[in-house]
Design a protein around this ligand. Structure first.
Ligand code: NAD
Length: 484
């Protein structure tokens, strides 16, 4: 399509669509067809400043701080209904941008409605306390106060969902927000922003500025009026953001990368384990922070289990992600495709054995497909076992006993998740105790919920999202002393 006929997504600032200060736009591509289907505003520091100013005005004055927590909760509930009513439309846009399976994105977006409703219910249930003190004639109590303007910066793999994980608790707490989606997948966020006015949120409470991490992202994280940064993305960007936040005494929630172990013992239900291993690594074409990218298999069943796995994965249907029967879609962006292919080359050069896949599929769509790939003979010190690939590549590592499984499982800089497959309760208890990860699944993989905390140990992040405690990430505690 000629550029001048493409839809143009503007920033959303103070309740209005706003053209970028630079006048420049970035192309947004459909990774399956390879077509540029829309343009998104290329923000700069002046755009970031305008969005933060709007969020700050909304926080300090006007209708938002005048609302009671229950009233905020009612707005969040209404938004939840609007999300469900618009789920198919939003999902189609997001799916066009990141190439995820349509069935998966529709389910994810519908679930966001529940997510906002959960925090709608929590908004008026954050209770402070009266503190018994050792001072006579004075009385002390705590107040929870919203922190202020929150910057929310998200990646391309699940743009709307990962924004909700931060935005819903932030709004329930009474904060206001500026969202910067990934430059590869901004359109669904701009469309989503329009629902806030429809739900009745005052202007400026939620703003979206689009553009590059190094430009508009950097401007947001260094902005003096931003008090908290909610970031999901790679550990490198997370480290930079954390350093900037530390220098400026901002608080952070960082949800970063992973290299999670999926540990199969010889006493497991192996059919169930194969399914869990496959969804653990190949769902979302492996582009998921919680991917079980290291398969640790007890040596006694190693060969039989790998054979079973190959048989199962061979049947996977690659193709157009907008079709309901497709099981594996393209990699979401060209740079990511090149990164995945380069890791396949690295694994081969390191001496790992490619027993399935290991090649791209130029015949499919725009050629950003990678065959589901399995490497055996992987040592845990190889780069393919230590570094996040973020693609459909599984490294298989044998182990002898529980002690070795725990040692290998933990011998990595990440600590986002892990799973154990066994029929032994004793084994399961030992592994859930010893694995250094924010989530451990036993005989399942990927279960998450708005009710349960999610986050990482080590380089996988700081803080937790979802569940009741997350709301505190967006609140200051003030202690008030009263003398009669
Ligand atoms: P990325 O780190 O390159 O970018 C994420 C976001 O940060 C984008 O919006 C980008 O523009 C912005 N950004 C980049 N550098 C910045 C900077 N210096 N200052 C401010 N903003 C900056 O990550 P990505 O490639 O978009 O996403 C993939 C990564 O996300 C993977 O490492 C994956 O593990 C991680 N991820 C983590 C979780 C989780 O919950 N732990 C979930 C999904 C994805």
């Amino acid at each position: 399509m000629p550029e001048n006929t493409l839809p143009k997504y503007q920033h959303y600032i103070d309740g209005e669509a706003v053209a970028p200060d630079s006048g420049e736009y970035l192309p947004t591509e459909n990774p399956f067809s390879g077509e540029t289907w829309a343009l998104v505003a290329r923000g700069n520091a002046r755009d970031a400043d305008a969005a933060v100013a709007a969020a700050d005005r909304a926080f300090e004055t006007g209708a938002w701080p005048a609302l009671t927590p229950s009233e905020r909760g009612r707005l969040l509930w209404k938004l939840g209904d609007l999300i469900v009513a618009n789920a198919e439309r939003l999902a189609l846009i997001e799916q066009r941008d990141n190439g995820k399976l349509i069935v998966e994105v529709v389910a994810q977006v519908k679930y966001m409605g529940d997510y906002f409703k959960y925090y709608a219910g929590l908004a008026d249930k954050v209770q402070s306390s009266v503190i018994p003190t050792d001072k006579k004639g004075v009385f002390a109590y705590t107040r929870y106060e919203a922190k202020g303007v929150v910057a929310i910066i998200t990646p391309w793999n699940s743009p709307l969902t990962l924004t909700s994980w931060k935005l819903a608790p932030a709004l329930a707490a009474g904060c206001t927000a500026v969202i910067k989606p990934s430059e590869f997948t901004s359109a669904s966020m701009v469309e989503f922003a329009a629902l806030f006015a429809e739900a009745g949120f005052p202007k400026g409470v939620v703003n979206v500025v689009t553009g590059l991490g190094a430009e508009v992202g950097q401007a947001l994280v260094t902005h003096p009026k931003v008090v908290h940064i909610g970031f999901t993305g790679g550990s490198e960007a997370g480290r930079k953001i954390y350093e900037i936040a530390a220098r400026n005494f901002k608080t952070v929630t960082l949800e970063l990368g992973g290299k999670s172990p999926n540990i199969v013992f010889d006493d497991a239900d192996l059919d169930q384990a194969v399914k869990g291993v496959v969804s653990g690594i190949f769902a979302a074409t492996g582009q998921s922070c919680q991917a079980g990218s290291r398969l640790l298999v007890q040596r006694s069943i190693h060969d039989a289990f790998v054979a079973k796995l190959i048989e199962f994965v061979k049947t996977a249907k690659l193709g157009d992600p907008s079709q309901p029967d497709t099981q594996i879609g393209p990699v979401a962006t060209r740079p990511q495709f090149e990164k995945v292919m380069s890791y396949i080359g690295i694994a081969k050069a390191e001496g790992a054995t490619c027993v399935l896949g290991g090649v791209s599929r130029p015949d499919l769509g725009a050629g950003l497909f990678v065959e589901p790939t399995i490497f055996t003979n992987v040592r845990n010190d190889m780069r393919i076992a230590q570094e996040e690939v973020f693609g459909p590549v599984l490294s298989v590592i044998p182990f002898d006993d529980e002690e070795e499984a725990i040692r290998i499982g933990n011998d990595v800089n990440y600590g986002l998740a892990g799973a154990v497959w066994t029929r032994s309760l004793k084994r399961a208890m030992l592994l859930t105790d010893k694995l250094k990860a924010g989530t451990v699944w036993v005989n399942n993989y990927r279960a998450t919920s708005f009710t349960s905390p999610f986050g990482g140990y080590k380089e996988s992040g700081i803080g937790r999202e979802s569940g009741t405690e997350t709301i505190k990430e967006y609140l200051h505690t003030k202690c008030v002393w009263i003398s009669s």
